[in-house]
Design a protein around this ligand. Structure first.
Ligand code: AMP
Length: 300
């Protein structure tokens, strides 16, 4: 089933302790869409400026991603983010954010996109996320991502959104910030009480936790030696997870668990190079192989 994603489309500059890249392809919707494209057809909605290299759009199209919802605004600049990773490669500092054209993003979905049944609201303002939700009244599964910026600056908007989505994906620091609770198990359940039927808390190299009314579990990260650039790990995790759910066409507990595992594995590939460089080189068969290995690791 087609999967719709709305979120940031960016030019990122990334510094790690040993290397750096400037103005490379990034953005929450881009990482998500690319990761999900291994499983299902993806429709992307976002906005860029006139400095956007058209070859980035072509790269997405080569994976079958429908970019009819990617608006190019003349006379404006693309969203830019600059981040620096600490030596542990898990924690990072945001050095610069230039919202540019993303700051005035007011998505109007192409008619065909509004009928999507699987919807992911990637990182962006809750006000914009809500506008998208309003345009997709028939969606069967709606999942959102968020971040510290919105938790701090648009708290009420975020709380209203949480009452309307089926799932929320966020990282450990964001879960603590949203609930004021340092215990992630309690935090996960408290976020569920704010509205979503399930909550996924991502913990970087420590894996991801799942919370629903009847289930709580932890999915470990795939042990990767070559962490080159963790940017987009969370978005590619969500892309793998939602892509698998859309492919299966359901979100039963068993499917959700397998989807969490696929999300984990796509993210493990993504961190092995800058930007989308590692994902560009893999096929579904690589995910299947890593899944067999991951299953063996987890059985005892
Ligand atoms: P992740 O590493 O999965 O948390 O996502 C990193 C991506 O999020 C980068 O490609 C950034 O361009 C994007 N990003 C950073 N800050 C924001 C923001 N305020 N809104 C939307 N996207 C953002």
């Amino acid at each position: 089933m087609p999967l719709l994603v709305v979120g940031s489309v960016a030019l990122d500059s990334v510094e790690t302790p040993t290397d750096r890249r400037d103005d490379v392809l990034g953005g929450s919707a881009v990482y998500f869409a690319y990761a999900a494209s291994y499983f299902t057809s993806v429709r992307l909605v976002g906005v860029v400026g006139e400095d956007w290299p058209p070859e980035h759009t072509e790269l997405l199209q080569q994976r079958g991603i429908d970019t009819a919802g990617l608006q190019v605004v003349a006379g404006k600049k693309t969203f830019r983010w600059r981040g620096k990773y600490l030596p542990n490669m898990n924690d990072r500092e945001t050095l610069e954010v230039h919202l540019n054209v993303f700051g005035e993003f007011d998505p109007v979905l192409p008619e065909e996109f509004t009928r999507c049944q699987f919807l992911f609201l990637a990182n962006g303002s809750p006000v914009v996320q809500m506008k998208v939700l309003d345009q997709c009244p028939g969606a069967r599964l709606t999942v959102a991502d968020t971040m510290d910026l919105w938790i701090r600056e648009q708290h009420d908007g975020l709380m209203a959104l949480l009452k309307r989505v089926d799932g929320l994906v966020l990282n450990d620091a964001e879960a603590k910030l949203l609930t004021g609770d340092e215990n992630l198990v309690r935090a996960g359940h408290r976020i569920r009480e704010m509205g979503p039927r399930f909550v996924v808390i991502k913990k970087g190299e420590h894996g991801a936790m799942f919370f629903s009314e009847h289930e709580t579990y932890v999915m470990p990260a795939y042990p990767t030696e070559d962490v080159i650039d963790p940017t987009g790990a969370g978005d590619s995790f969500a892309g793998g997870m939602m892509g698998f759910l859309a492919e299966q066409g359901n979100f039963e507990p068993k499917t959700l668990k397998e989807a969490m595992a696929y999300g984990t594995l796509v993210a493990s590939f993504n961190v092995e190079d800058f930007s989308l460089d590692r994902m560009k080189k893999i096929e579904r068969a690589d995910l299947t192989r890593r899944m067999e290995e991951y299953r063996r690791m987890l059985s005892f």
